[in-house]
Design a protein around this ligand. Structure first.
Ligand code: MG
Length: 110
């Protein structure tokens, strides 16, 4: 699954619900908090399984897809650029600006 699939899943959910699922951006954020809380619950309650955690993480992802869809954000464009910024920040902070070869990452253009 890639971000295109995620956005398609989000669109499908919005299209299937007559109310547009959460109806507005603020409720999308509330839904994201709800699903994030369910992830936390899976991580602290022993009766929750790895499968439960996976399902809740999937819920978080689809809500992110809905938010991106409504905002017209292409996650395929945004995520690689943001990853590059995160890598640069960490390399600068923890490795003196020199990318450690053993990290084996593709973001070696610092
Ligand atoms: Mg859930």
């Amino acid at each position: 699954m890639n971000f295109d699939d995620l956005l398609q899943d989000a669109k499908e959910l919005c299209d299937l619900r007559p109310d547009g699922w959460t109806c507005d951006p603020l409720r999308d954020v509330v839904k994201l908090a709800e699903e994030t809380g369910e992830v936390a619950e899976c991580m602290v309650k022993s009766r929750k399984t790895k499968e439960d955690l996976g399902e809740e993480l999937s819920d978080v992802m689809v809500v992110i897809g809905v938010i991106a869809l409504r905002a017209g954000i292409n996650l395929n464009d945004v995520c690689p650029k943001k990853q590059e910024k995160r890598v640069q920040k960490i390399v600068k902070r923890f490795h003196g600006g020199v990318y450690p070869v053993e990290a084996g990452c593709t973001h070696q253009k610092i």
